[in-house]
Design a protein around this ligand. Structure first.
Ligand code: ADP
Ligand code: MG
Ligand code: ZN
Length: 472
């Protein structure tokens, strides 16, 4: 029997608002510990939360980008649990009336569109950060003690829950990358996994291929990179298949994935919602986003990365791969479009931009589309060295493609002949080798002549002169 993996994700995105979710402390990643705190986020008695309007607006934006419905009435709940990173003894979160529900997010692929269902996206506050001291790699197991940094406590956090629509670790990676790019382009989060501003848990189950049942899932916590997650998912899929093939049952549990170990020890059996004793936050009124604000946010949504991939493919007849690479770097996509608008052939421009502009480390934002279009046009005509040189210079102010292309290149054989002769005189052993049969050296001589003339020679004429001089 063959098995199909079923994967759903829960993603946490820290918003990069200036201040925290329910107090006026500024966010301060990397600041000295416990310097971004106040009585509200340390939950001193008698303090009250005041919601951050920007965080609500941005969550609405994100919800719209995820294709969600924006609830006319959303409620903050207290999620009660006891842990040192939570000074109130509860987290203000959303429960059965989240701000954004029931979305679908476009994930284009080489074989067509896929949509990942979004169960919900809700707004909550992040917990403080526990810092484990004395153990290996800052992990809790084996640590001597744990310190708490309350700077992170109270940071606005959006939790996005997908439907179990993903079928492989690769699906999950592509989805997460597109989601990450979306929040970055919306300007609402830096979504950096290394900084913890994007974190995710992976829910995994397997089922017989062709069936539509949902079997018991396990949850992998502690995912902090795509590569890491892919390994965890692969291992978990293998483990579950093995259990079923031996006639066993998978237990629903949370696994703490540790890349340095071959297994993933259970962290705890999954809490039930009733364990959190959710109840509506009595210190906050329900959220009621005004319809006109929602509609305005919808109208103002930028083109999303997934849509951009499809548009680049469609409008410029690009292969999926090109569209995906270009879309992944918006400044590169913009340069591509400027260049094509100025007359560059689409596929040739795409190649040049994706390969040579990137390889040369040129900032695409400062390259002039018209000048680049001239290089695209000239690319087969001028020597490779001249093209490389032109590309390398294409980001400098006042760059003119004409200075590098064959239009200004020397085509006059009488002008070129002395240079060719000088190069041959200067390289007697290569000349001998060439005459001895190493005809591949022709390219070497062409390169030398070009170098001598700063690339400004017609390669066809140089070739002819060289053959003539070398007597072949
Ligand atoms: P809970 O209410 O217990 O948190 P949800 O139904 O909201 O559970 O699902 C949480 C996450 O688990 C979602 O990302 C969802 O897609 C995923 N999930 C649910 N059932 C399965 C399953 N059988 N296999 C894999 N993932 C699943
Ligand atoms: Mg959850
Ligand atoms: Zn505070």
């Amino acid at each position: 029997m063959s098995w199909e993996p079923v994967i759903g994700l829960e993603i946490h995105v820290q918003l990069k608002t200036r201040t925290k979710m329910f107090c006026r402390c500024e966010l301060g990643f990397g600041d000295p510990e416990n310097t971004r705190t106040c009585p509200v986020c340390l939950s001193h008695p008698g303090t009250l939360p005041v919601p951050n309007a920007k965080a609500i607006e941005w969550t609405v934006k994100l919800g719209l980008a995820l294709g969600c419905e924006i609830a006319p009435h959303a409620v903050f709940h207290r999620k009660n649990y006891f842990y040192p990173d939570l000074p109130k003894g509860y987290q203000i979160s959303q429960y059965d009336q989240p701000l954004c529900t029931n979305g679908r997010f476009l994930v284009p692929g080489p074989d067509g569109d896929a949509y990942v269902g979004i169960v919900r996206a809700h707004l909550e506050e992040d917990a403080a950060k526990n810092v484990h001291v004395g153990g290996a790699a800052g992990r809790i197991s084996g640590a001597d003690r744990t310190l708490v940094d309350f700077n992170r406590g109270g940071t606005p956090l959006v939790e996005i829950v997908t439907r179990p629509d993903l079928r492989s670790a690769e699906d999950a990676r592509i989805f997460l990358q597109l989601l990450r790019q979306t929040v970055v382009e919306l300007g609402i989060s830096d979504a950096e996994m290394e900084k913890g501003s994007l974190r995710f848990d992976v829910n995994v189950s397997v089922r017989p291929e062709g069936s539509s049942e949902l079997r018991t899932r396990t949850e992998l916590k502690n995912m902090n990179s795509f590569a890491f997650a892919a390994r965890g998912i692969a291992r978990e899929i293998g483990r579950q298949i093995e259990i079923y093939e031996k006639g066993g049952e998978v237990d629903q549990e949370t696994l703490h994935f540790d890349p340095t170990r071959e297994d993933a020890p259970p962290l705890r059996s999954k809490e039930e919602a009733q364990d959190y004793r959710y109840f509506p936050e009595p210190d906050l009124v329900p959220l009621a986003p005004a319809r006109d604000l929602v509609e305005r946010a919808r109208a103002e949504l930028p083109e999303l990365p997934g849509q951009r991939i499809r548009r680049l493919e469609r409008d410029y007849a690009l292969p999926f791969y090109d569209a995906e690479v270009l879309s992944g770097l918006p400044a590169l996509a913009a340069l591509f479009e400027r260049t094509v608008a100025a007359g560059g052939d689409a596929k040739a421009t795409s190649n040049l931009v994706m390969n040579q502009i990137v390889a040369a480390g040129v900032d695409p934002a400062v390259v002039d589309g018209l000048e680049l279009a001239k290089l695209v046009e000239a690319r087969g005509r001028i020597p490779r060295a001249a093209l490389d040189e032109a590309i390398a210079a294409s980001g400098t102010p006042g760059f003119r493609a004409d200075d590098y292309t064959a239009d200004t290149a020397i085509t006059d054989a009488e002008e070129l002949r002395p240079v060719v002769e000088r190069i041959l005189e200067g390289n007697p052993s290569q000349v001998e080798a060439y005459r001895g049969g190493k005809t591949g050296l022709l390219g070497f001589f062409v390169g030398q002549v070009m170098r001598e003339l700063g690339g400004k020679a017609n390669p066809k004429v140089v070739n002819e002169l060289l053959r003539e001089q070398l007597g072949l």
